[in-house]
Design a protein around this ligand. Sequence first.
Ligand SMILES: Nc1nc2c(c(=O)[nH]1)N[C@H]1C(S)=C(S)[C@@H](COP(=O)(O)OP(=O)(O)OC[C@H]3O[C@@H](n4cnc5c(=O)[nH]c(N)nc54)[C@H](O)[C@@H]3O)O[C@H]1N2
Ligand SMILES: Nc1nc2c(c(=O)[nH]1)N[C@H]1C(S)=C(S)[C@@H](COP(=O)(O)OP(=O)(O)OC[C@H]3O[C@@H](n4cnc5c(=O)[nH]c(N)nc54)[C@H](O)[C@@H]3O)O[C@H]1N2
Ligand SMILES: [Mo]
Length: 767
Amino acid sequence: MSKHSGDVRIENPTMPAGGWGSVQEVTTILLHQRVPLKDSRLLLRQNKPDGFMCVSCAWAKPANPHPFEFCESGAKATAWETTSKAIGADFFERHTVTELESWDDHSLEDQGRLTVPLRYDAQSDRYREIAWDTAFAEIGASLRSFDPKEVVFYSSGRASLETSYMYALLARMYGNNNLPDSSNMCHESTSVGLQKTLGVPVGTVVLDDFEQTDCIFFFGQNVGVNSPRMLHQLQEARRRGVPIITFNPLRERGLVSFTNPQSPTEMLTGAETPISTQYHQVKPGGDTAAIMGLCKAIFDFDDAARAAGAQRVLDTAFLQEHTHGFAEFEASVRACSWEDIERESGLRRGALESAAQVYRSSSAVMAVYGMGLTQHRNGVQNVAMVVNLLLLRGNVGKPGAGVCPVRGHSNVQGQRTVGITEKPELAPLDKLKEQYGFEPPREQGMNTVDACEAILARKVKAFIGLGGNFVRAVPERGLMEAAWREIPLTVQVSTKLNRNHLVHGKASYILPCLGRIEIDRQQGVEQAVTIEDSTACMHGSRGMAEPVAETLLSEPAIVAGIAKATLDPNPRVDWDRWVGDYASIRDAIEATYPDIFHDFNARMWQPGGFRKPLGAAHRVWKTASGKAEFTVPETLAGNPDLRSGAATLRLFTVRSDGQFNTTIYSHDDRFRGVYGSRMVIFMARADMAKYALAQGDIVSLRCAAEDGVERRVAGLAVVPYDVPQGCIAGYFPELNPLIPLWHHAKESKVPAAKAIDVILERGGRPS
Ligand SMILES: Nc1nc2c(c(=O)[nH]1)N[C@H]1C(S)=C(S)[C@@H](COP(=O)(O)OP(=O)(O)OC[C@H]3O[C@@H](n4cnc5c(=O)[nH]c(N)nc54)[C@H](O)[C@@H]3O)O[C@H]1N2
Ligand SMILES: Nc1nc2c(c(=O)[nH]1)N[C@H]1C(S)=C(S)[C@@H](COP(=O)(O)OP(=O)(O)OC[C@H]3O[C@@H](n4cnc5c(=O)[nH]c(N)nc54)[C@H](O)[C@@H]3O)O[C@H]1N2
Ligand SMILES: [Mo]
């Protein structure tokens, strides 16, 4: 068994996204994960009304699905969860935690599903099986002894609406709003930016808009890997001649072209659909500047149209009726020089003008974006800039137009909707008080960065993780891992063994749960759950595979187990009834959020899902001014606080098709042609020449921040790649030790994983 990634092999990736490569990848993972044949047929039920909702990304689920409504990434996620590989108490008898720490992330999860509850035994340095009741009783007794303000309840975007609602209630009844979520590392810049500008925390487009749009702008999202089902919508749009204008420092295969693996003709003929009609390799962090350039060109076009007495380019009626702050924004754009725009975006004026030309000639424009915009010091500003661009021509709240942030985890958006938030103002606290007769805490809770700061300050007594691999996903790994080991109590509700179980608190428990694809029987009845997709549509999901072990509990049962052992009994909260019948949890959700979830149990099976009401989608603006807000950018600088110089390179971290976040399916990246190792950096040939480096040379990176903390990753092989000069890319989570904790988006605190100024050194042994 390989416990370490081997030597790197580099090939020129010529295949389109999708295609035969995709089919082969799916077959390989089904075999390697020993997915029983009957379970591999499950793929046919994936993302279908009355089927189960994929556990990979949150992309929308159509009302009229394709016969195969799954993608390569989704099939991998299904195989990873429904694997017949499993580990029980005997595995942990054979391996000490210290030994397991030397295994790599792939090998840990590849052992298969966790099957029994475990408690760390310091004397033998092993996890040992423990009875469920004992685990709950011990965890409950500890939690009762702590100050609730010093306990953190983290969630990692996958748990259902039902579980998430119960979990948020548990935290609040216990006495805090310390509910950080993976979205704090992800689309929190969206939640803050869109709320402020459009009065909604989420995107405004639905699937139908893809059929009506006549232009798509695509910023910093790698569709071919991270939300491949969207390629269907993009391919269809391209067939109608819709231009797709992409801004991304890397030339990503999936954004270049696509062969639909589910189309026999395309597969036989090898036909590829080119996806992007323009590809702008913006500098990481340069999107604010690039969008200022687009807006500047649009003002120029508008000036010319006005001078010629032609039809205006700006939608003046919309601006007048629906927006606020336009004059200030216009002034800032006019004052901004092309020289600054070109320097900060890394793009030429002519290129930006040609993109703006497409924008001005389109009548319904959609802007799609991902982590390339949100994970920056200026992440919130980047989102607001996208809104500025759309507002100029009234591209919000009409068919075919709008903003489309592509969410990550399959229910990350839904968790926020049902109360997982550290911001008390976003939870219906009065309603909860009335419904359950307790006094909800009103103070601000901790988000992810706050929780990390508190852990570093040794101020966290207990960390409960509902899924995820927190210590691996956060920045500042060096300091975080050391501090983590001093947390008095850590509890992880998990499906697979991961790094966070090995880097553990003084007392540590692993509570293994059923996955969403598994049949969840309570009192003999098969239960269903619900999730919210990226377009704010709610869907029912039924488990369809036999559970990998009888000893697993469902997530609602685990949350209830902890709650009952921790909280004083409350006659109005019947945890057992909820666990016995999930429809009763949905009734409770409906009572708390009647506007969103009325008739929840009936509507959850509606094909295509039912949508959360969103004012902005109908031009109702729930903002401070009652209108859509323009935002004047504070700065064009891509990385205002980590000052770059001639000696630094700007690193951005990305995902491969061989991973789902910290879950590493394989060490290969088919799309970028890198095989056998993830310890690589992607570098422009011109920079390789400058540093006198050849392909495969080994280098180390050191963070350029001068704050007295040494942040270094060694043992990285150089891969020549089409990235702008002065920039390099590498993989998350391997490069997370390079990110200072304070290097996060200003208003949303999303770690700025897409712009880290680093110093490159030749050689260096792997640390
Ligand atoms: N298969 C698979 N699917 C996933 C995941 C996974 O790991 N694997 N993760 C899930 C999760 S939680 C999330 S949040 C999403 C993430 O999905 P994405 O948002 O696609 O995330 P990333 O791969 O981190 O980065 C996206 C792109 O941003 C580009 N980029 C980097 N910096 C910049 C910049 O400054 N400007 C611009 N314009 N582009 C930039 C990168 O080159 C990359 O192509 O995917 C979800 N789906
Ligand atoms: N440098 C850098 N850092 C980043 C990012 C980046 O782009 N660059 N991206 C950030 C983003 S967008 C995100 S979302 C975070 C991700 O951070 P997390 O959400 O914390 O991490 P994951 O890797 O998604 O969690 C994987 C673990 O979840 C558990 N799991 C899987 N399925 C289930 C389930 O059904 N139930 C339960 N209870 N557990 C389950 C498994 O044990 C698995 O090991 O990382 C962030 N960190
Ligand atoms: Mo994410």
